[in-house]
Design a protein around this ligand. Sequence first.
Ligand code: URA
Length: 255
Amino acid sequence: MTSTLDPFSKLVTDLEDYMAFEAEEGRSAVEIDPAVIAELGAPPATGTSASEGTAEATQTEDIPVKDKSKGSDLESVAAQIAGCTQCALHTGRTNTVPGEGNSQPEIMFVGEAPGADEDAQGRPFVGRAGKLLTQMIEAMGFQREEVFIANICKCRPPDNRKPERDEMDACIPYLKAQIALLKPRVIVCLGGTATEGLLGLTGITKIRGSWHTFEGIDVMPTLHPSYLLRKQSAKHDAWADLQAVLKHIGRTVPK
Ligand code: URA
């Protein structure tokens, strides 16, 4: 969908949407990196290539396993997550939420972090946003069980706030281990935090819809289902991203 707004008005509208979304998610403050503010004054990027989508900062560590011989399958990774005390989020959790789904998926979806429902059940995307994610997966012609769904952080941040950088860094080795085992053809990053955590890139409204890579796997950033719940008009963009994923893996795009 083409926007008729000039770039500044579009920026203000996007910012308003983002702040409303954050407030709805229970967050009362957001931190904005001064580098992002500086970037706002710069001309728009002309597009990001797959090679630009790598983030050394998020890819340097190995999984913090005590016994690496035990870290070789998904259950072992989940067991290590269950006992993890690498960051402060472990103190507030009811359950860890390692992720779930097909162990040989074509597509892996990566969200931000568990919310209250997910923390209570130990399963990803089971609340309102999860319902919409399931509908999105089904609209693509898959059953939820056929894909794998995980998050950047495996423990719920207090008040559903965005995970801190150090919390994402502490948790990313688990996601990396899962990705290495699952070997999906495509990873779909759901929202800005997942995109930042995996690719080290900010500005989801600009980045969405463009291909990137993470450790040799093609990555498509798109909008988070929670955002789509409050901004129905953005569903069109998210669907375009998911259609691109289907084309990429040679699947028929459902009408
Ligand atoms: N939002 C997320 O990013 N992840 C979940 O698991 C649930 C909601």
